[in-house]
Design a protein around this ligand. Sequence first.
Ligand SMILES: CC(C)(COP(=O)(O)OP(=O)(O)OC[C@H]1O[C@@H](n2cnc3c(N)ncnc32)[C@H](O)[C@@H]1OP(=O)(O)O)[C@@H](O)C(=O)NCCC(=O)NCCS
Length: 145
Amino acid sequence: MGLVDANSAGFVHGGTVMKLCDEVAGIAAIKHSRCRVVTAGMDRMTFLEPIHIGELVSFKASVNAVWRTSMEVGVRVEAEEPHSGAVRHTSTAYLTMVALDEEGRPAHVPPLAIAAPDEERRHREAQTRRRNRLAERDEIQRARV
Ligand SMILES: CC(C)(COP(=O)(O)OP(=O)(O)OC[C@H]1O[C@@H](n2cnc3c(N)ncnc32)[C@H](O)[C@@H]1OP(=O)(O)O)[C@@H](O)C(=O)NCCC(=O)NCCS
């Protein structure tokens, strides 16, 4: 991360981290669906620790769950201090990406192979986040009627 990524306190802008999370989530979703994708929502973005100028930042994305045309992608952000090699987990993000067909309409996505215990846990937690998001939307809509 360089000077242009940071605020006057020397911390990397949250928006810079969010933009990069969006990009890697898009790549993971394209690789899974082999379709063009759009971001439907950023369901959660957590900033655990600040990132400083000069640190090397890694973004690791995984498709956690797939539904009909949408996918949840989780992104883990890590910052490495290049002299000491110390690595810190600085952010986690969850985004919903929707696959699109040639006409730009939502397209079916292939099923997800879930085998390892970590994959099962991510899948279970993604289902919880989707359930909560839809329940919140329904509750708000009911209250508006
Ligand atoms: C995302 C988008 C394609 C959904 O279109 P739509 O007409 O609502 O289509 P549908 O109702 O069939 O929904 C398609 C999927 O999107 C999901 N979706 C729609 N809005 C969503 C939201 N706000 N958050 C999460 N998922 C959402 C639906 O749950 C559905 O998933 P499923 O098929 O797996 O159940 C459309 O709203 C869009 O193009 N938004 C703009 C995207 C964009 O410009 N992103 C930024 C740049 S990439």
